[in-house]
Design a protein around this ligand. Sequence first.
Ligand SMILES: N[C@@H](CCC(=O)N[C@@H](CS)C(=O)NCC(=O)O)C(=O)O
Length: 208
Amino acid sequence: MSIEVSAFRWVPPFAQGYVRDLRVRWALEEAALAYQAALVDQQACASAGYRQWQPFGQVPAYRDGEVELFESGAIVLHIAAKSEALAPADEAGRARTTAWVIAALNSIEPYAQMLIHFKESRVQAESLLNRRLEPLSAWLDGKDYLEGRFTAGDLMMTAVLRELVDSGTLARFPVLDAYRKRCEARPAFGRALEAQMQVFRDNAPAQP
Ligand SMILES: N[C@@H](CCC(=O)N[C@@H](CS)C(=O)NCC(=O)O)C(=O)O
């Protein structure tokens, strides 16, 4: 089974280390599944061929010879279904993992994105975000992971939370910041981040 994941050939420095193929690379590293990055640029993303793979012309998209997928959440859940490194084997544990992946994407990420993108309404965005981060912090207080062991839910939650470091938001939630650091310290995360960054170094525009 050969796995392919689409990733941008290059993005400006502010986005490097945050492009969403990182979530998929990380999941594959945790699951110890080898993959190839299919590098794309804006032109390729706009092509009819690529849109058959990713209807919105975004990254990441995934294929493994049997399954073709888009949406980082769907891809991470697909990988989690293949590997106990990302989800417990029992049905109840798998269902909890799915719930946390969706919580990261649906209950936390929209508010995090609002804070990042709509700086002019920062006060409102911050208050809405706090209403999600406070209960998440209470849930995680005294725990290493959302469900007592690392799962795809932690992977996705960390991918979302790390976007709140630069704004200083996460520093106000020491429990969440410690959790993020704990998950980022996993060797699989380090390998995934390095794999994404290596592509950007290899394809950096020539200096004038
Ligand atoms: N909901 C999608 C979002 C994917 C997404 O926003 N990808 C960004 C890179 S991080 C992208 O391709 N942006 C270019 C565009 O939207 O045209 C997912 O989680 O896979």
